[in-house]
Design a protein around this ligand. Structure first.
Ligand SMILES: N[C@@H](CCC(=O)N[C@@H](CS)C(=O)NCC(=O)O)C(=O)O
Length: 221
C-alpha cells in the first residue's frame, strides 16, 4: 500500500476505469475519482495528460496512463495480490488481458456501428472472440479458484454485455455458458457492484443513444 493519495481521472462509462476501480476495491486501497467530460477537456488541459487518453492515475506529482500498466502498479504496491505468482501463469494471465482488451474494442464497434451491415459484421467478430474466451474460462473465476487480474479486466466487458441484454439488445452470452456463469459469479462481488457510479446505467444508455447507430435502433432505449 502507498501513503500517497491515489487520484483517478476518467469518464463515468470508461471500462478501463472500471477495471482499475475493481482492483483498488479488492485491495481496499483508498482513492478518489474525478469524472471528466471527454468532449470538454479544457479544465483538464493543464494536467498535460501524457498521450491525451484516460484513465489516468495521479500519484503525488506522477501521472500514469494505460489501464493495464496502472493495474500492474497497484499490484506492485499492494499486499493482496491478484497476479499469479507462477511466471507461466502470470504470462498466461497477461496474454488473456490483451485478448480481452481487443474484445472490448469489438464490443465498442457494435455500439457505434452506423448500419445493419457493419453491425452484423462486428457482431460476428465479437461472437468468435467470446467463444474463444468461453473455451478458456474456468470456474468460479477465469483462471480457476482464485480471482486474478484477468477477472478485473473481463468484468467491465461482461458488465456492458449484460446491460445490452437489459435494454433488449442481443444476448451476447447465449452460446457461451461458462462466460455467463463467470459473469454471474463476478456480479455478486462487492468490488464489482461498487465499481460504477450511481448514474452509470443512465450514462451508458445516453452513450449508446449518442452513437445513433444500429444498436440504438434495435434496443428499447
Ligand atoms: N489501452 C488504453 C485505452 C484507453 C482509451 O482508449 N481511452 C479512451 C476512452 S475509452 C480515450 O481516452 N480517448 C480519448 C479521446 O478519444 O480523445 C487503456 O487501457 O487505458
Amino acid at each position: 500500500m502507498t501513503t500517497e493519495k491515489l487520484q483517478l481521472f476518467s469518464f463515468s462509462t470508461c471500462p478501463y476505469l472500471q477495471s482499475i476501480i475493481i482492483n483498488l476495491k479488492e485491495k481496499q486501497q483508498p482513492f478518489d475519482v474525478t469524472y471528466i467530460d471527454l468532449v470538454n477537456k479544457e479544465d483538464f488541459a493543464d494536467m498535460q495528460i501524457p498521450i491525451g487518453r484516460v484513465p489516468i492515475l495521479k500519484v503525488g506529482e506522477e501521472l500514469l496512463f494505460e489501464s493495464s500498466a496502472i493495474n500492474e502498479y497497484i499490484e506492485d504496491i499492494s499486499t493482496n495480490k491478484l497476479r499469479p505468482e507462477d511466471p507461466m501463469q502470470c504470462a498466461y494471465s497477461r496474454s488473456w488481458i490483451v485478448f480481452i482488451q481487443d474484445t472490448l474494442i469489438s464490443l465498442y464497434k457494435i455500439f457505434a456501428a452506423p448500419n445493419e451491415a457493419e453491425y452484423t459484421e462486428y457482431l460476428e467478430n465479437l461472437s468468435i472472440q467470446l467463444i474463444i474466451l468461453n473455451r478458456a474460462t474456468s470456474t468460479p473465476y477465469f483462471m480457476g479458484k482464485n480471482m486474478s487480474l484477468v477477472d478485473i479486466e473481463i468484468a467491465p466487458l461482461l458488465y456492458r454485455i449484460q446491460l445490452i441484454k437489459n435494454i433488449k439488445g442481443p444476448d451476447l452470452l447465449v452460446d457461451t455458458k461458462k462466460l455467463q456463469q463467470l459473469a454471474n459469479n463476478l456480479f455478486n462481488k462487492k468490488s464489482i457492484v461498487e465499481s460504477v457510479p450511481e448514474n452509470f446505467n443512465n450514462d451508458f444508455i445516453e452513450k449508446i443513444k449518442g452513437f445513433d447507430g444500429h444498436l440504438s435502433k434495435i434496443t428499447n432505449i
